[in-house]
Ligand binder design. Structure first.
Ligand SMILES: *Cc1c(COP(=O)(O)O)cnc(C)c1O
Length: 442
């Protein structure tokens, strides 16, 4: 499989180059040259007899091609799938796909793990240090810091916004040290993202560093996110012995997760449609009702991993998967926004009725399903929402009667023990200041 940028279909690169470049030389997103179609025999039959490792190989190895030998791909997949993906029924036809069982209790652990194993392979192969430059609204940074910590041959630089990050997230990013460098930027997530984007286009920076991004724009993070849509499909078909259609509601920020699901659908996975559920940063819900793409200022919410107004993966859905065909896209994608008040009221209602504790992101995913079927008195399809973070991470904003019922996972104790000093560097929201720092750094 080869990759090209959205704008320029002529310059083709391998999986390895696309991963190492992050963005294409013209500053654009990479997409695969074509979307491999899975055989219906695999989707209707084989998938039910295979284990998750074989399913993952079937889905992902064609995207890697010759960049990594098969047996190493199998290793990478194996390491990644150590994270479990339980599917829990909340009530009739509504399921939570729990993606928060990785080391930082958020779904980004999955893509990051896959990517860090790929880069480990590449840095050994080329025998050079690879520098990862990443902007974060909180969870990415934590997952990247953990996922790459002490990986030989990899240096990580994380940019995070000064005022829009929780204390726990800040600790996770700043206390590790070693090959993890934390930079606090006086701005919001989009400002951090802009600095990262400019760096990838800067000739002087690229001369000094083998620079890659670990944001969800990197194909090595984006593509493995397809896997759990396949696993969930398999599980639900095994549970529900019927032909009822399946839909997914995905709490969306940068739209990487949902874009991976939509790719899985294009590969043949039978999904009736998707719901992109957002907080009040609602560029996409407004786009789908007006066909006008107008990002506004980013607003702070309690689902802070989704405080994003210009979703960086959306062009992959719009330009690549749907070729700017608004009407085709509208058949497969619905999108609704929810306020903090609505989010908290879903958390409260679901706890009272079903004794299940949602985190604010999962609560928005769940709300998407309920909102969509509000006109009907029942849910019409098997409906899965992605529960992307463990509720313990948002304990402070939960009502007290829920707080005391959250099970504290063992892994969390590890973060809370993070006693190390906060080691960060503070910079203005200014690309040139960042660039000077980077070029002068040893
Ligand atoms: C990043 C994140 C999201 C949004 O995922 P995207 O792929 O950026 O749309 C949702 N929930 C949590 C907890 C996250 O960390």
């Amino acid at each position: 499989m080869l990759y090209h940028s959205l704008k320029n279909k002529k310059d083709l690169v391998s999986f390895e180059e696309a991963v190492l470049n992050g963005l294409s030389p013209d500053g654009d997103l990479y997409v695969p040259q074509y979307i491999p179609k899975l055989e219906s025999f695999f989707l209707k039959k084989e998938i039910f007899n295979q284990d998750i490792y074989s399913i993952a190989m079937e889905v992902i190895s064609c995207y890697i091609g010759k960049s990594i030998p098969k047996k190493y791909i199998y290793n990478i997949v194996n390491q990644t799938l150590k994270i479990p993906f339980p599917l829990k029924m909340l009530h009739e036809k509504v399921y939570s796909l729990e993606l928060f069982h990785g080391p930082t209790l958020a779904f980004k652990d999955i893509g990051v793990k896959f990517m860090s194993e790929c880069l480990d392979f590449f840095s050994k192969k080329i025998g050079k240090i690879i520098t990862i430059l990443v902007a974060t609204s909180g969870d990415t940074g934590a997952a990247v810091a953990r996922g790459f910590y002490k990986k030989l041959g990899i240096e990580v630089i994380i940019l995070y916004p000064r005022n829009n990050i929780s204390n726990l997230q800040k600790k996770q990013i700043t206390t590790l040290g070693s090959n993890i460098l934390a930079l606090e930027i006086d701005g919001n997530f989009d400002d951090c993202q802009n600095i990262v984007k400019k760096s990838f286009l800067d000739k002087e920076i690229k001369k000094k560093y083998i620079l890659t991004s670990a944001n969800s724009i990197n194909i090595a993070r984006w593509l493995p996110q397809m896997l759990y849509y396949f696993f969930a499909y398999k599980k639900i078909k095994e549970k529900e012995d019927n032909n009822m259609d399946l839909i997914f509601s995905v709490p969306s920020g940068n739209f990487g997760n949902i874009c991976a699901g939509m790719m899985a659908e294009k590969m043949g996975l039978p999904i009736k449609f998707f719901i992109a559920s957002t907080n009040i940063n609602d560029t996409i819900p407004r786009f789908l009702s007006s066909n006008k793409f107008i990002p506004m200022c980013t607003k702070k919410t309690i689902s802070n991993a989704m405080d994003i107004s210009n979703p960086s993966n959306f062009p992959r859905i719009w330009n690549f998967l749907y070729k700017k065909d608004f009407y085709q896209l509208k058949k497969k994608l619905y999108s609704y926004k929810f306020t903090d008040e609505q989010t908290l009221s879903s958390i409260d209602m679901v706890w009272k009725k079903y004794k299940y504790i949602l985190d604010p992101h999962g609560a928005i995913g769940y709300s998407g399903i309920i909102h969509h079927f509000k006109k009907n008195d029942r849910i019409l399809y098997n409906s899965i929402f992605l529960e992307t973070a463990h509720p313990i991470k948002f304990k402070e904003i939960m009502p007290f009667h829920i707080q005391k019922n959250i099970n504290i996972p063992k892994k969390l104790e590890k973060f809370l023990e993070l006693k190390g000093k906060i080691k960060n560097i503070s910079l203005n929201n200014n690309f040139y200041q960042f660039k000077n720092w980077l070029l002068e750094k040893k």
